[in-house]
Design a protein around this ligand. Sequence first.
Ligand code: PLP
Length: 454
Amino acid sequence: AIPQAATHAENAAHDVASHLHPFTNLATHPQVGPLVITRGDGIFVEDDQGRRYLEAMSGLWCASLGFSNARLAKAGSDALHGLPYYHTFNGRSNPAAIALADKLIALAPVPMSKVFFANSGSEANDSAVKLVWYYHNAIGKPAKKKIIARKNAYHGVTVAAASLSGLVPNHRDFDLPIDRILHVDCPHHFRYAEPGETEEDFASRLADNLEKRILEEGPDTVGAFIAEPVMGAGGVLVPPATYFEKVQKVLAKYDVLLIADEVICGYGRTGEMFGSTTFGLKPDILTSAKALSSGYVPISAVMVNEKVHAAIAANSGKIGTFGHGFTYSGHPVACAIALETLKVYEDENILAHVKSLVPQFQKALHGYEGRKYVGEVRGVGLIAAIELYADPAQRVSFDPAKKAGARLAELALAQGLIVRAMGDAIAFCPALITTAAEMDELFVRFERAMTIFE
Ligand code: PLP
């Protein structure tokens, strides 16, 4: 049985006493206390006081099939009864890992050669960094190790992944970023474009800046560029028109690998199976997680193309092993659930459903343009954000001390709606299975919160 204290007061007391929360103000948590979610039902979740919430964030951008998919539960249960654990070191394998690897190679947005499994987006991106370093040693370019990421990117929290991230609170007082990781311009047109600069011109300027930076650093020292097709935790930033086309020209010119971080975008979020398809990325390495298992179990995947694979395979032959991997790489239960998730996407024709829902979602969001405190509405597919400004016409932001975004998210919560504040941007990332009626309900609840906020 799942341990559940009888009352919220008991849950809160134990949580505050023993649980160290990620991305939480630990100083105020004892007073604020936890929101304890006890069950899920479709796209709704319920707390330990019986309150029901429409979950418009899929948890942390992951529960694409909602919170009660019976097929995933059965796949997990069957796997636990069959083979609950085995590893994949020294050439060991299991049928679920084999089938999932096959399936991912078939789904990949560009030709990919092999899949490496890990447990989280952070581990996948850390693995990608190690692969870039190993690859460049393997091909006799040991100096080509710097990795270029972008300001406001989010790539996770392990030492390398947190370093790739371009968010100050994730570095501050953790002594990050580590060496050899650089950050270039954030491609947020609304905020950083010069007056009158079109998206295309802005993209050209950013690509020129990237080229300048590569030349300053020395092209022989730059190994890879990593990008989320749509920046998620940095504020749901959709790339400006022509951005990736121009960036990739620069990367190709200096033989810099491209890593696509599809941890949020992967598996339907942008209206295509991968954000790389939506935005024309041709990555050498592609990381994914989250919707790979609808968030039901931790699993991530790193796909590499044959150029990368051939070099690392040859190098491991020299060393005698490829010295990287996790106890739970290719975990049979996680792989079985991921495989079933991908089957559900196919059986329920999830991409067609997403495509049918996008106009309703985007229309409702863009309906907020021109509201008293709305500066920008941005999004693609089923991921979007509304950014609040104190004075949208003059582009004056709220004083951060006012915590405008957090306040609006709290008001939404009180209306039975879970959204996420990232600074003053409110993110929406509803489950891919959301129905048209549920989408309407989402915006009814959000409108109530916004009206009170105004
Ligand atoms: N990359 C992206 C784009 C993410 O959004 C996240 C998590 O939100 C990560 C990586 C890190 O994933 P995890 O939290 O599973 O380590």
